[in-house]
Design a protein around this ligand. Structure first.
Ligand SMILES: [Cu+2]
Length: 139
């Protein structure tokens, strides 16, 4: 049973190697990433998408749109909750080059609730997405 002993020993050493939970490793709203990334992608067949198409963000986070395509896309907010006052954010600039980014800071202009946004020219081709602004990701 030499093999079994060896196996038991290696399992034991593996377990010993795995680090235990450290203080403060629990994911809370304070630990939520500062930036939420959304890619603008070509799905082929004349279809474009925001990926992921649904995100949840917290006030204070930044949403970074990343061009992962070679034809221009933008971000136009369409539906938004009462109390939102997005100003010039409603119609974002066109991103032209692959790798270009457009950052939207989710600040006091945003009210809690659901926002629908589109890429202006590609809305009929499926480039429609939503973002929900929540008070906290902790539930
Ligand atoms: Cu587009």
């Amino acid at each position: 049973m030499r093999y079994t002993t060896l196996l038991a020993l290696s399992v034991l050493s593996l377990v010993a190697w795995i680090p235990g939970p450290t203080e403060g490793s629990v994911q809370g709203p304070e630990d939520a990433p500062d930036v939420v990334e959304i890619r603008m992608v070509d799905k082929g067949g004349g279809q474009w998408r925001f990926e992921p198409a649904e995100v949840e963000v917290v006030i204070g986070q930044t949403v970074r749109f990343i061009m992962d395509d070679i034809i221009p896309h933008n971000v136009q907010f369409k539906d938004m909750p009462d109390g939102a006052d997005l100003g010039s954010l409603v119609m974002g600039p066109f991103l032209i080059q692959k790798g270009d980014t457009y950052e939207v800071e989710v600040d006091g202009r945003f009210a809690l609730g659901s926002y629908e946004y589109v890429c202006t020219p590609h809305e009929p081709l499926g480039m429609v997405a939503s973002m929900t602004v929540v008070a906290s990701t902790d539930r």
